[in-house]
Design a protein around this ligand. Structure first.
Ligand code: SAM
Length: 224
């Protein structure tokens, strides 16, 4: 149509954000995302509100985008893939995310599980993410400014843990905060050679599955 809605123009999308999300979901399905619960959340959650307005026109491209401080909001495909992989063995009750960033992955999780805990080392990013959660009236996310490699010991154990930044190894502190039979998902490895791995805490040690190559910002130590 020649007539664009004011809302669409404000976002620079050239179509309504709903239409843009429908297209993104179609693309994610083509790229192998199968879990309808996950696709439904992505269809509804306004990703353009998790990034700077200047980039909003690109919010529904299947790409990572800068969010400042050298960090990125992850690519929708990887958010979908990790969320799908987390739900495969059943819906976890309490999920810990390391690397809040924009808050988008946490918000996706919050629509699917009862309680999300998320830790971010960059205070300004956490502040913005919290404001988004408040504005969207998302009430089942608790967040903390800390080095997420240490987990959140006071709230452990967790049914699932998801890392959105890549370390060379998975920190022992995090594995120790996983409930028996709990699932941990993480990008692991040096830049250019990262693999998404899923670890399951069992009676006789940890079982590790390699799910495929990915590309993430590094997991850093300490606070910023
Ligand atoms: N989940 C985020 C989203 O949906 O926007 C992805 C953000 S980005 C790919 C990874 C984030 O991890 C960055 O915001 C970065 O500051 C954070 N990070 C890196 N190392 C960390 C650490 N040790 N503890 C907590 N956060 C960390």
């Amino acid at each position: 149509s020649l007539h664009r809605s004011p809302a669409a123009d404000a976002q620079g999308l050239g179509m309504t954000s709903q239409r843009a999300r429908d297209r993104l979901v179609m693309r994610l399905r083509e790229e192998g995302i199968r879990d309808l619960r996950v696709l439904d959340v992505i269809r509804k959650l306004p990703r353009h509100l998790f990034i700077d307005e200047a980039l909003a026109s690109r919010a529904y491209e299947d790409t990572a985008l800068p969010i400042g401080h050298g960090q990125t909001i992850s690519q929708p495909w990887i958010v979908a893939r990790m969320t799908e992989a987390l739900l495969e063995g059943g819906v976890p009750q309490r999920v810990l995310e390391v690397g809040t960033g924009s808050g988008y992955q946490a918000a996706v999780l919050a629509a699917l599980v009862p309680q999300v805990f998320t830790v971010e080392r960059i205070e300004e990013l956490l502040r913005q993410a919290r404001r988004r959660f408040r504005q969207m009236k998302i009430e089942n996310i608790r967040s903390r400014h800390d080095d997420g490699a240490l987990g959140w010991p006071a709230e452990a154990p967790f049914d699932a843990i998801i890392l959105t930044a890549a370390g060379e190894v998975v920190p022992q502190e995090l594995l120790a905060q996983l409930r028996p039979a709990g699932v941990l998902l993480a990008p692991v490895g040096p830049a250019g050679q990262q693999q998404l791995v899923r670890m399951r805490a069992g009676d006789d040690g940890t079982e590790t599955e390699v799910l495929g190559p990915v590309s993430f910002v590094p997991l850093l130590g300490g606070l910023a």
